[in-house]
Ligand binder design. Structure first.
Ligand code: AHM
Ligand code: MG
Length: 336
């Protein structure tokens, strides 16, 4: 017997439309476009070890054809599935130096989409979880092809954000500012099914996540934080370490189990490594919507006014009290 309690992403979106009859439905359609792109990307990721898509994009295969690197395929898929629908006016990708304004003949719509098509590329070849991250803003320019200013908005202005994790299963997590919902791909029916509605991140988490091989480059504040998480201060801050080196996977685990992920600025990377627009800001929107927090060490990530598309930011993200503890400790040790 079919299970009448199965909530596919399509059913869930239709229900959201019913609850917001005044909305045009363009945003839910756009999210559905992203879900479809994610299914296609997931298909490539699942076959990555079987077909010729690993390695450098400039390689040629035995037929003399140019190999397509997985992140190039993912980037092209996102653009193809999203750009021409009449819902989007501009797209910007971590993989592209400049944004792609939707030409007038493709009927530019009201949203700007920023994305990291496949984050965690250093993990591609080793079957470690990787992810697609997206951020959606409403355009601020009037009409026609979108412009850079449609992209360069504070994270606080996002109307939706999410990620797709290609892990032991494919999981899509998103928010439109009304909670955080997670769907898991059910390969038997080819659909994303609602598994975790309205996720809440614990206020204090089990895990801390940071690349400790950089500890000699950290400020004293971060060294103090990590030593507290190891139990050195006798206070109740002890946590377990988990660091995959794939942001979506590290974030997803901490979202469900509680914890704090840190990629600080250090002496070699004064702005940290992660990109504000494609990585930090969308995950910050999800973290706050789940009751957590995201900070660059001094202020909420969502309050940073971007000045460049590819700008980087230090990032502390996860359980609210853990992020507050890190902020407080680095302020005390390193000064304002
Ligand atoms: P990428 O966008 O080039 O794939 O880099 C981002 C990745 C994140 O997924 C991860 O959190 C981080 O880089 C890991 O960096 P590191 O190897 O320096 O710890
Ligand atoms: Mg990335």
């Amino acid at each position: 017997m079919p299970d009448s309690t199965v909530v596919t992403i399509e059913r869930f979106f239709l229900e959201q439309e019913r609850l917001h009859p005044q909305a045009s439905g363009d945003l839910t359609q756009l999210l559905y476009d992203i879900a479809l792109a994610s299914k296609i990307i997931s298909g490539y990721v699942r076959r990555a070890g079987l077909v010729d898509i690993l390695g450098a994009a400039s390689d040629t295969n035995v037929y003399g054809e140019r190999q397509q690197k997985l992140d190039v395929i993912a980037n092209d898929t996102m653009k193809q599935m999203i750009s021409w629908t009449g819902r989007v006016c501009i797209m910007a990708s971590e993989e592209d130096e400049v944004p792609f304004p939707i030409p007038a003949e493709f009927n530019p719509g009201k949203y700007a989409v920023l994305h990291d098509p496949l984050d965690g590329s250093s993990n591609f070849d080793f079957n470690v979880s990787i992810g697609t991250i997206f951020s959606i803003h409403r355009r601020i320019t009037e009409a026609g092809p979108g412009r850079l200013e449609d992209c360069l908005q504070k994270g606080r202005n996002q109307v939706a954000a999410g990620y797709v994790m290609h892990g032991s299963s494919t999981v899509l997590v998103y928010t439109t500012g009304e909670g955080v919902h997670a769907f898991t791909m059910d390969p038997t029916i080819g659909e994303f099914r609602l598994i975790n509605p309205d996720i809440r991140i614990p206020a204090v988490g089990k895990y801390y996540s940071i690349n400790e091989s950089y500890s000699d480059r950290w400020s004293d504040g971060y060294r103090r934080v990590v030593s507290s998480f190891k139990g050195s201060d006798g206070a109740d801050h002890k946590k377990n370490a988990r660091y995959i080196g794939s942001l979506v996977a590290d974030f997803h685990r901490n979202l469900l189990a509680g914890g704090v992920f840190m990629y600080p600025a250090d002496s070699e990377s004064p702005q940290g490594k992660l990109r504000l627009m494609y990585e930090a800001s969308p995950l910050a929107f999800i973290a706050e919507q789940a009751g957590g927090a995201a900070s660059d060490g001094r202020r909420p990530v969502l309050d940073i006014q971007p000045t460049a598309l590819h700008q980087r930011t230090p990032l502390l993200i996860g359980s609210k009290d853990d992020v507050a503890f890190v902020e407080k400790t680095i302020a005390e040790v390193d000064g304002a």
